[in-house]
Design a protein around this ligand. Structure first.
Ligand code: GLN
Length: 283
């Protein structure tokens, strides 16, 4: 049977829509692009072209997996973040738009420094560190992750965006493998912060993401407590620590901040007005 791009798209979108995907046409089009190695413009302008049986088979299997809940980005293997396209796999968290705030804030602090060095704790795909290195051509970074598999993804993303010579990737649980003698101009982190209770009710897509990148213990703040306690050893005085928190955690996090050590500059809100990005300065 001959199936055109148009009808394969309609069919895929119908299946996705019937299975709770909120933007079924858009996602069907992404999956079709992936199955055929074509971009969106080609798909739009060649709607009457026939798919090969192999393309159709690949598309149907991708649509079935997406309909069952697998995130689109794990099926296509990539996600845009800030200005770059990043490889993602189930070994790493899928970069979220709200995490771009960390990059924006970091640029405010590092932008006028001649050769800054910063650390990214729990780098995952590497999206924060690599975006910053891409913006700041004289910057260098140390990025850690407890997962060797995640570090391999980060390494490929660093290669892809040509920042490998300025990025040191280290397998480390928080700061444990870092030497506190070297001091950073800035530390950034998108740590795991989902509480045990929230983990039970998370969106089905999020269940495919690495638990270690999400789970922050009973109240979600286990890792944030460690970072608040240890980051001062690795920061120059007057330098900043910028990290993300979850919905509704801002007031509790404020109470965890030791005011003898840190000045709370701001907790910046994301586009949904959720207090999201904590900005601290070491006194
Ligand atoms: N933002 C993610 C979520 O909503 C959590 C990411 C994290 O724990 N750092 O599930």
């Amino acid at each position: 049977m001959i199936v055109s791009i148009r009808s394969a798209l309609a069919d895929g979108a119908r299946t996705l829509g019937a299975n709770g995907v909120t933007e079924p046409r858009l996602e069907a089009s992404s999956l079709l692009g992936h199955a055929t190695s074509r971009d969106r413009a080609f798909i739009i302008t060649h709607a009457d072209d026939a798919l090969t049986p192999e393309e159709l088979e690949t598309l149907r299997s991708l649509v079935a997996r997406r309909a069952a809940g697998e995130p689109l980005q794990y099926l296509t293997g990539h996600q845009e973040f800030f200005k770059l396209d990043f490889e993602v796999s189930p070994e790493v968290l899928i970069p979220r738009p709200e995490t771009e705030i960390i990059v924006e804030v970091a640029l405010e602090f590092l932008g006028d420094k001649p050769a800054p060095i910063f650390a990214d704790i729990g780098t995952g795909s590497g999206c924060i560190a690599i975006s910053l290195l891409n913006e700041l051509s004289a910057a260098r970074a140390v990025a850690t992750d407890a997962s060797p598999a995640a570090l391999r993804v980060a390494q490929r993303n660093a290669d892809r965006h040509a920042v490998t010579d300025r990025l040191t990737l280290i397998e480390s649980d928080c700061f444990s493998a870092l030497d506190p003698v070297g001091k950073f101009d800035l530390i950034v982190s998108n740590p795991p912060y989902v509480s045990d209770r929230e983990l039970e009710t998370i969106q089905r897509e999020v269940r495919y993401e690495p638990r270690a990148a999400l789970a922050g213990g009973p109240d979600g703040l286990d890792v944030i407590r460690i970072l608040l306690h240890e980051a001062p050893w690795f920061l120059r005085s007057g330098s900043h620590f910028v990290f993300e928190v979850g919905f509704g955690q801002d007031l509790t996090v404020e109470q965890l901040i030791d005011r003898e050590v840190w000045d709370l500059i701001e907790i910046r809100r994301d586009l949904q007005s959720v207090p999201r990005t904590v900005i601290l300065r070491k006194g």
